[in-house]
Design a binder for this molecule. Structure first.
Ligand SMILES: [Zn+2]
Length: 126
């Protein structure tokens, strides 16, 4: 009974809203190893639930590890493949994307012959 009480307390702490509890239940129904595998999969609430289970004395729960750096921190973001990553890895991805992407605005050597606002009726222009 003490274990059940600890699980209920951990659930109440990690999944405060009904929607979170529903997401957690769905994820654990689909993949029962999520609490012990350490895989960075499933909704964010899985990691929060594991963290509270460990705080309540669980020995079997394993924190999910970042899909990029393998650290067991808070995994707040998703990679394109659906695996969870930590904030520093997400920040690195954002910076890398900004560096490697094409510039949004290009400079033309010629001055425009017509005001770009004329494309939008009622906006005026020169
Ligand atoms: Zn990471």
């Amino acid at each position: 009974m003490a274990v059940l009480r600890a699980v209920r307390q951990a659930l109440a702490a990690a999944a405060v809203s009904r929607a979170k509890r529903r997401r957690l239940a769905r994820a654990l129904t689909d993949d029962q190893d999520l609490l012990t595998s350490g895989r960075p999969e499933g909704p964010r609430v899985v990691g929060e639930f594991v963290r509270t289970l460990l705080a309540h004395g669980s020995r079997r729960a394993v924190l999910p590890k970042c899909a990029d750096c393998s650290r067991a921190g808070k995994l707040t973001s998703l990679r394109a493949d659906g695996k969870r990553i930590c904030p520093p890895c997400e920040e690195r991805d954002v910076v890398l994307a900004a560096i490697t992407s094409q510039p949004v605005i290009t400079m033309s050597r010629e001055a425009p012959k017509q005001c770009p606002r004329l494309r939008f009726p009622g906006m005026g222009g020169w």
